[in-house]
Structures are given as structure tokens and as C-alpha cells.
Design a protein around this ligand. Structure first.
Ligand code: THU
Length: 142
């Protein structure tokens, strides 16, 4: 798998920042955006969408993933994630929660590159295998 260029990574982060603007967060006021890049270069974005009953809340990463999968796209190379409280500047990077790591693992396995960004210039990257070691997947079940 070829790595994205610095410019492509920054573009993906900008897409995540734009998606974050749509976050629906009346309860936590913590807004997250994600941009998931398919193998063919198409980008699917998502934001977190909260719910009064809390449990039905969708994280930004799963919103993006399920948008893509629902359109028949199931192979991905990278995901950019940005998060911070409403109106505040990032101090920490936002890493995907455990549920999202598992949901991504189903389609991406260890190889997905996860870009956790404060700004387009300030980010860290880890593989999904590093974030979810010994992931449980189809190979365990089938
Ligand atoms: N959240 C995400 O959207 N992605 C993450 O990786 C971490 C958490 C959302 C869920 C909830 O709406 C808010 O952030 C606070 O947990």
C-alpha cells in the first residue's frame, strides 16, 4: 500500500475538520469529524450525532464508515479524525474509541492508517493494528 503524500494527508484532515462542523452534540459539546479514504481515492466524511438516550449516538468514524459501506465501498487506506470541545482549540488528539476501532477492523484489518490531527499541520499516525492489537475479526469466527 503506498503512503499518502503530506498534501493528501492534509487534505484528508481538512475534510475531517469540515465534517466536524455538522456534529450534533447538545449533550457533550464535543465535536468530532472524520474523513475515510477509500482505496480508489474517494473520501467519505462523518461527524458525531448524539441522541437524548445517549446509547444510539454515532461517533464520527462510524458515521463515515457506514456511509461508505452503505454505498458499496468497503476497502480503505486512511482515516483522519479531529475532535475538540465546541469553540475550543485542540489540546489533545482524538483517537477513535474502542467501538470504532472494532467497527473499522471489520473492514480494514490491521493496515488502516489512522491520522489523529489537531490541525492539518499537527498530527500523529498509527496503524489500526497498533491501536487495536490482536483484533477480533472474521478470521476468528468463520
Ligand atoms: N466521539 C467520536 O465521535 N469519536 C471518537 O473517536 C471519540 C468520541 C464522540 C462521541 C460523543 O458524541 C462525543 O464524542 C463525546 O464522547
Amino acid at each position: 500500500m503506498t503512503q499518502l503524500t503530506q498534501e493528501q494527508k492534509q487534505e484528508l484532515i481538512r475534510a475531517a475538520l469540515k465534517a466536524r462542523e455538522q456534529a450534533v452534540t447538545p449533550y457533550s459539546h464535543f465535536k468530532v469529524g472524520a474523513a475515510l479514504r477509500a482505496e480508489d481515492g474517494r473520501v467519505y466524511t462523518g461527524c458525531n450525532i448524539e441522541n437524548a438516550a445517549f446509547t444510539p449516538t454515532s461517533c464520527a468514524e462510524r458515521t463515515a464508515l457506514f456511509k461508505a459501506v452503505s454505498e458499496g465501498v468497503t476497502r480503505f487506506t486512511d482515516i483522519a479524525v479531529v475532535g475538540s470541545r465546541e469553540g475550543e482549540v485542540n489540546t489533545l488528539v482524538t483517537a477513535p474509541c474502542g467501538v470504532c476501532r472494532q467497527a473499522l477492523y471489520e473492514f480494514c484489518g490491521d493496515g488502516l492508517n489512522v491520522i489523529m490531527a489537531k490541525t492539518p499541520e499537527d498530527f500523529i499516525e498509527r496503524s489500526l493494528g497498533e491501536l487495536l492489537p490482536f483484533g477480533f475479526g472474521a478470521a476468528n469466527v468463520l
